[in-house]
Design a binder for this molecule. Structure first.
Ligand code: 5GP
Ligand code: MG
Length: 178
């Protein structure tokens, strides 16, 4: 499919599944190298990261655990800047080498909130991994350790990412047609 319609908006194909999976494999190679023997705890941010987390975990070779938290920060096609925890962290974070898995970093507001909340649980180390990163929209100063793909400042859907709840099931990534 080269275009899809979701609710009132039209989207055109932007990143096909094969490219997504190649980028994830490259990211996993780096994580495998750097986290070997560190017993990492991956923490996926729901809902958006579920597909990324699934495909990434299949490429992780080192001993690890995975868990998820759920936040809500976005409505429609622009960031609200507010982050609500719907499913929170638990106490098993203490002393762990945590790798946060995010679908996309836009302004960075969501991730900064999550990092601050996570640090209260006293992890040994916190690293950040994201499938997508919009450098032109980023307003924060923290370092993102693992970025699978950088993209321009357009609204996208698919591969876990939604437009008002829909489109998460698409296996490719689509860009909004303005
Ligand atoms: P930030 O707080 O970095 O501005 O936004 C991060 C969150 O906003 C992401 O976790 C994601 O849920 C949502 N988001 C940011 N950009 C996009 C986009 O282009 N498409 C979709 N579907 N969600 C986005
Ligand atoms: Mg998200």
């Amino acid at each position: 499919m080269s275009t899809v319609k979701i609710k009132d908006k039209e989207f055109s194909i932007f990143i096909p599944e094969t490219q997504i999976l190649e980028a994830i494999q490259r990211l996993a190679n780096k994580i495998n190298e750097e986290m070997e023997g560190k017993n990492p705890l991956f923490v996926g941010i729901l809902n958006g990261s579920f597909m990324f987390a699934g495909d990434l975990m299949k490429c992780i070779k080192t001993n690890c655990e995975i868990s998820f938290i759920k936040v809500a920060s976005y409505s429609g096609t622009s960031s609200s800047g507010e982050v609500k925890q719907l499913i929170g962290f638990n106490d098993s974070i203490k002393g762990r080498n945590v790798v946060i898995l995010e679908d996309i970093v836009d302004t960075g507001v969501t991730l900064e909130n999550i990092i601050n909340q996570l640090k209260e649980h006293e992890p040994a180390d916190v690293r950040l991994a994201t499938l997508l990163y919009k450098p032109a929209a980023f307003r924060k100063t923290f370092k993102i350790d693992y970025v699978a793909m950088e993209i321009p400042n357009d609204f996208i859907v698919g591969y876990g990412l939604d437009y008002d709840g829909y489109g998460r099931n698409l296996r490719d990534i689509y860009k909004i047609v303005e």
